[in-house]
Design a protein around this ligand. Sequence first.
Ligand SMILES: *Cc1c(COP(=O)(O)O)cnc(C)c1O
Length: 365
Amino acid sequence: MTRAYNFSPGPAALPETVLRQAQADMLEFGDAGASIVEISHRGPEFLELARQAEADLRNLIEIPDDYAVLFPAGGATTQQALIALNFAAAGQRVDYVVSGHWGRTALKQLVSVDVNVAASGEADGFRTIPARESWRLSKDAAYVHVTANETIHGVEFRPAWGQVPPDTGDVPLFADFSSSIASEPIEVSKYGLIYAGAQKNLGPVGISVVIVRRDLLERAGQPRADIFDYRSQLKGESMLNTPPTWNWYLLGQTVRWMIDEGGTAEFDRRSDVKSTLLYGAIDGSGGFYRNEVAPEVRSRMNVPFFLPDAALDGAFLSGAREAGLIGLKGHRVLGGMRASIYNAMPVEGVQALVDYMQEFQKRHG
Ligand SMILES: *Cc1c(COP(=O)(O)O)cnc(C)c1O
């Protein structure tokens, strides 16, 4: 068996060491006498696993004690709906900054709140993020929502853009970190809430992480079922009902792997190396390959690029497959190609992609 370099946007590549351990634990987990997917979430083995996963995540992301951590079932889109229910009263103002597809998706999840789109990059094809000075924020908003990294448009809040995270005064900043969490150290205390679906940088699909300032949980929010109430979920340790135990396990293993590799400072370094290599190859191709995002907000995680003629896309993808490079087809919203280079993608994988791109250009340029 040969594993290809996998540039999929999500579900995405997982570290091989994690997969090998999972393979063993799929048959028998420690001395539990059964597989990790067969044991009770209330039993001592799983409770210890869940406790360790939270401790490791707190260590990895440096989450202060006045922040709670939830591991809800479901994806980031589900959290987009739940944050409005949990933190905005009916009819209350909420501010959204839309910097790409996922910011737009977040808007679609809102009901019974007064939505203000404080800024949007849409008129610019989401190739830039509007400058902080141009945002029209409301004084009385429940929160300001941003997408830290736009996975499809390849647009990320980077220091070259301005102050990151942007200052929102007394209104708490809520951020969708689905595709960039743990790719660099962040100051959690600058945020009211951080959420992420796990399937990009944290593990498998089916589970999310919510990091929230504890005092915000005391807000009334809107009427909601107990299962959708973050306060109840916190009290119930994210186990009000049967949690996705396999996904939680894989998340914990992936977080542990990131700590062993050197933590967020090391992934920050690697992300710089990988993204510089890839953008360098695109910009240095004499216009054969094109990335259209403004340099100050180019994502280090997701790199969309185009060939000179879409008629070449098929040949590029099949050649890539033969070269052991998969998952490069762009999202249907943009077309073209996209290389997702999350924490589990080694520098060698990006080097192999760059080598292939140069060889392809020689043949077709
Ligand atoms: C993938 C993604 C989502 C949606 O995640 P689901 O788990 O599919 O709901 C939301 N926001 C961002 C930034 C993403 O990358």
